[in-house]
Design a protein around this ligand. Structure first.
Ligand code: EPU
Length: 446
């Protein structure tokens, strides 16, 4: 049990390589299971969600090894097709194994992932797509039993909403189906393109990822392959919003700027200065961010729901008003109450939230979910005084060594035991050099 203690008001500076994308590596690891051979995946971030995925692969009989940022999965000896409830509950996105297991073994058994901190998370679109490919799916209480007794057959599948997970599940399953599958209304996220690249390296024939129509020619023999995970566009957005909140100048590498176009455009409209070259983003923020035109979350290439909380946090400590409209998840404003504890002026009506920038002040706050937790850190970096952020397990699902990365950029952030409420450092989890300059409001320091 630990928490972050953050002294706000220190401008950020420096250069760093952005970690591999969580939302790409999870389907890539599931895809590795399709081929009866060894796959090597580089730039694999060290996250609790990745560890849970590796546990599932090992439990299914794969040989899994990790060395630094490289993970090796040998799925030759795959022996199971059932995922126990404990591992399903640990990570909702393990539903991605359905399509891969069906394609490789003709069966899959797992428990329904249920809702989560973002509100209800149905999987009806996943199941409809798999049924369209010939899977028979029985729902028994909280468990799903899927079989492909009569074999999987390519088909034209129409997704009424471009669900990321359903698109990935259908792509994985279609690799094991005889004939051509056409997915119409597919999600267009960059992570889908990364999955297509890896599937083709495995020997599959997939095209169209990044457009609403993805075509998979199934039934080709697959083999192991080597792949490097794309850079994480939401983590990159987090570091940029952090710099927007605290001020300073940072350079990010290892991420494709076009994958976060909408976030970059918001930060630019808010007064940040941007320069993109190849896989490098330079961002400079010299004055409080200002309000921007309404931000509506939407499927890619729209504004990502995963960046809603972190941009809101950056703007909350700026000046001027911004309207957010959350269209992707029912319950994605849980961070608002915590930002309000820091003094943020945010009003929520259903799916809309109006943020009016004002100075923020340090407080003890609690992460409510992965991106909500990151948002609190962003706000804390621009706030006056000391903020303590608890419930870090949410943040660890998606950010590799957040504290180390932010320290690399000059932030004053420490990892402490949660029970440290006496003002004394006892049993600090790690050491951190004292800040060289006393904390001061961010804008005075520039
Ligand atoms: N939906 C349905 N039925 C379905 C599937 C989805 O109604 O069968 C609804 C969901 O309830 C939600 C919307 O469609 O309201 C979007 O869901 P989608 O399936 O696109 O999301 P996901 O695949 O469950 C991925 C990311 C999320 C990210 C969303 C949207 C992974 C592992 N997760 O989830 O990432 O928010 O796409 O872009 O790729 C995060 O990283 O913090 C995170 C939550």
């Amino acid at each position: 049990m630990s928490m972050y203690e953050i002294q706000g008001g220190r401008p950020l500076g420096g250069r760093l390589r952005v970690q591999g994308a969580k939302n790409s590596v999870l389907p890539l690891l599931a895809a590795a299971l399709l081929a009866p051979g060894q796959s090597v995946i580089h730039n694999c971030p060290d996250l609790s969600d990745v560890s849970a995925t590796l546990d599932i692969l090992a439990l299914l009989g794969c040989r899994v090894a990790r060395e630094g940022e490289t993970v090796t999965v040998d799925a030759a000896a795959l022996s199971g097709s059932a995922i126990p409830e404990r591992l399903m509950r640990e990570m909702r996105s393990s539903v991605i194994f359905l399509g891969a297991l069906l394609a490789r073994t003709g069966s899959a058994r797992l428990c329904y992932p249920g809702g989560c901190e973002l509100g209800p998370r149905p999987i009806d679109l996943h199941l409809a797509a798999l049924r369209g490919l010939g899977a028979e799916i029985r729902e028994n209480g909280e468990c799903l039993t899927c079989t492909a007794g009569r074999g999987l057959r390519g088909a034209r599948i129409h997704l009424p909403f471009p669900s990321v997970g359903a698109t990935e599940n259908a792509m994985l399953c279609a690799c094991g189906a005889q004939g051509v599958t056409t997915l119409v209304g597919a999600a267009r996220e960059p992570e889908i393109v990364d999955l297509e690249r890896f599937l083709n390296k495995l020997g599959a024939r997939v095209s169209g990822a990044g457009t609403p129509v993805v075509t998979i020619e199934g039934g080709h023999p697959l083999h192991g392959a080597e792949h490097t995970v794309m850079g994480d566009r939401i983590v990159a957005s987090t570091w940029l919003c952090a710099c927007g909140a605290a001020g300073g100048e940072i350079v990010l590498t290892g991420v494709e700027p076009s994958s976060l176009d909408t976030v970059l455009s918001c930060l630019e409209q808010a007064g940040g200065e941007l320069e993109c070259r190849g896989e490098e983003i330079r961002f400079r923020s010299t004055k409080p961010l200002r309000g921007i035109p309404p931000v509506h979350t939407a499927p890619y290439p729209g504004f990502p729901t995963d960046a809603q909380a972190i941009l809101m946090a950056a703007l909350a400590g700026g000046r001027g008003q911004t309207l957010f409209v959350e269209n992707m998840f029912e319950s994605r404003y849980r961070h608002v109450a915590q930002l309000q504890r820091l003094g943020a002026d945010i009003r929520v009506w259903g799916r809309s939230a109006v943020v009016t920038g004002c100075p923020l002040y340090g407080q003890r706050v609690e992460s409510t979910d992965l991106r909500g937790g990151a948002a609190l850190v962003v706000a804390a970096l621009g706030a006056e005084g000391t903020t303590q952020v608890t419930q870090l397990s949410h943040i660890r699902r998606g950010y590799q060594d957040m504290e180390g990365t932010l320290r690399q950029l000059g932030a004053d952030i420490r990892l402490l035991p949660t029970n440290r409420d006496t003002g004394e450092d006892h049993g600090i989890c790690e050491t951190q050099p004292k800040a060289k300059t006393p904390p001061q409001p961010a804008w005075r320091a520039l």
